[in-house]
Design a protein around this ligand. Structure first.
Ligand SMILES: [Zn+2]
Length: 141
């Protein structure tokens, strides 16, 4: 049987015959990673999905206005750790003209607007150099 390495945990696994392109093993944490990546990509590429998710979160917050306040009161260790991590994230973030923290629904679309963009390759090319392109993007819909 063919062996593959899980994209999340890196351990070898045998893909199921029903899923020939399977790249995550069956462990619960790895499946959660796969779903989180799928949702992240879907939110960035599917405007309707992004809007529906943002609206669902807004509705949930309206239905449960005290949830997070009560959760933080009941979990002081979580609150302290979260404050520390947020402080570290804020320190890494450029703040000029931007609020320190924005909810996911603060951006109206989550998609880039029409304009000129610099596209930079994350991995070096075959001769080890950095590749950049100037790209004109036009929002189609
Ligand atoms: Zn795994």
């Amino acid at each position: 049987m063919e062996k593959r390495w899980c994209s999340a945990c890196g351990e070898a696994f045998e893909p199921r015959p029903q899923a020939p392109r399977q790249s995550y093993c069956e462990k619960s944490d790895c499946q959660k990673s796969r779903k989180r990546l799928w949702q992240k990509t879907k939110r960035k590429t599917d405007h309707d999905y992004h809007e529906n998710q943002a609206q669902a979160q807004l509705n949930w917050r309206k239905d449960h206005p005290d949830y997070w306040r009560e959760y933080r009161e009941a979990h002081p260790d979580y609150t302290a750790k979260n404050r520390q991590k947020q402080s570290q994230r804020n320190a890494r973030r450029p703040t000029q003209g931007n609020p320190l923290i924005a909810n996911s629904d603060a951006s109206p679309t989550g998609l880039p607007v029409t304009g000129l963009f610099k596209l930079v390759a994350i991995t070096p090319n075959t001769w080890g150099g950095r590749q950049e392109w100037l790209v004109q993007m036009t929002l189609m819909s």
